[in-house]
Design a protein around this ligand. Structure first.
Ligand code: NDP
Ligand code: 13P
Length: 328
């Protein structure tokens, strides 16, 4: 199958960075933005100023306000917008094509993973998920980055990884889409918690405890959904969990810091906060855990905290007074 041309649907920070990564890999890339004026400006300046200010994009990237045919599609809109985006597309465009899902979140209402949304909306597309420790600014600037790319067919996934790999962008092929998607979605929820720990001055020890117990919770969830907990030892699991839960560059971490400092979710959102996927995913993950009968006290705590149902002192007291148990 030809893997020469790439259409990236969604022109925010991540879509722009993935367009740059694909261009560095030698592909001919179209970045599809929904705003025609933004597409025109990008074609004129080779900068997507709204998404990655000042970052010059390679000349083999052009922008379009209309979807175009391509050998590879990459979807890079927020998790809650993926279904809307797919609704607006002619599904025939995606028939038989690799479609790389790069959003990290679970859908409100349906509890669906991104690949489940794709299967629902474009069943003839071939779904892959891409996730891992990768800030858009790093990828676009050509700083070394490694991610997981998971698909059902090992040989096709390796071919796709090869088509997207460049000198600074290294996708590792994998086969557990469930594990990769749950890891990418839940790490944002735990990053909110870790940011809150920093915002409330609860200490680095508490943050590391959250990371480790969050990892255990993720593993229970992945196992219950039929994925492999082993996936979590990789880039999409441990790699991204560590990055997002310890870095003030993370938007989820920043949002958590604001919450931990005493601000309310509605006020932070009203103040024009950047996208923090964990805010929408926390209640979905809590509902999913409940539906699977998985013990997920941290997801439940973040859900309650973000929704304003409990303050941080009450949440910490609740978590610390849970019955003692064996670690594994
Ligand atoms: N930024 C990062 O470092 C990384 C992000 N991700 C993930 O990528 C996803 C997107 O994040 P990111 O790009 O950073 O977010 P941004 O907020 O930077 O951009 C989101 C983009 O999606 C567009 N969009 C929203 N709804 C639609 C729609 N219905 N149709 C078409 N376009 C739409 C927006 O368009 P408009 O500007 O017109 O509103 C905007 O360009 C998230 O799930 C995130 O977790 C993953 C790894 C790294
Ligand atoms: O997913 C990311 C890095 O891997 C980006 O995290 P934030 O969305 O929290 O900035």
């Amino acid at each position: 199958m030809a893997l020469e041309t790439v259409a990236v649907l969604g022109g925010g920070a991540w879509g722009t960075a993935l367009a740059q990564a694909a261009a560095m890999a030698g592909r001919k890339v179209t970045l599809v933005l929904r705003n025609p004026a933004q597409a025109d400006a990008l074609n004129a300046t080779h900068v997507n100023e709204a998404a990655l200010p000042g970052q010059v994009l390679l000349s083999n990237i052009s922008a379009s306000a209309e979807p175009v045919p391509a050998d590879i599609f990459i979807l890079a809109v927020p998790a809650q917008a993926t279904r809307t985006l797919l609704t607006s597309l002619d599904a025939k465009l995606l028939t038989g094509k690799p479609v790389v899902l790069s959003a990290k979140g679970l859908e409100t209402g349906t509890l669906a993973r991104q690949s489940e949304i794709l299967a629902d909306m474009a069943p003839d597309a071939i779904g892959y998920v891409l996730s891992g420790p990768s800030f858009a600014a790093d990828v676009a600037a050509g700083r070394p980055t490694a991610v997981t790319l998971a698909g059902d067919d090992a040989s096709a996934t390796s071919d796709l990884a090869t088509a997207l790999a460049g000198p600074s962008f290294r996708p590792y092929a994998a086969d557990d889409r469930i594990g990769v998607e749950i890891a990418g979605s839940l790490k944002n929820v735990y990053a909110l918690a870790c940011g809150a720990v920093e915002g409330a001055n609860l200490g680095a020890s508490a943050r590391s405890a959250l990371i480790a117990r969050g990892y255990a919770e993720m593993a229970r969830m992945v196992h219950a959904l039929g994925g492999s907990a082993h996936t979590l030892t990789g880039l999409a699991g441990l790699g991204d969990l560590t990055l997002t839960c310890t870095s003030v560059q993370s938007r989820n971490y920043q949002f958590g810091m604001a919450l931990g400092a005493g601000r309310r979710t509605a006020d932070i959102l009203a103040g024009g906060a950047k996208l923090a996927e964990g805010v929408a995913t926390a209640p979905v993950a809590a509902a999913l855990a409940k539906s699977l009968d998985v013990d997920a006290p941290l997801v439940d705590a973040v859900d309650a905290f973000v929704a304003g149902r409990a303050d941080i002192a009450t949440i910490v007291a609740g978590l610390m007074s849970r019955p003692l148990k064996r670690e594994h």
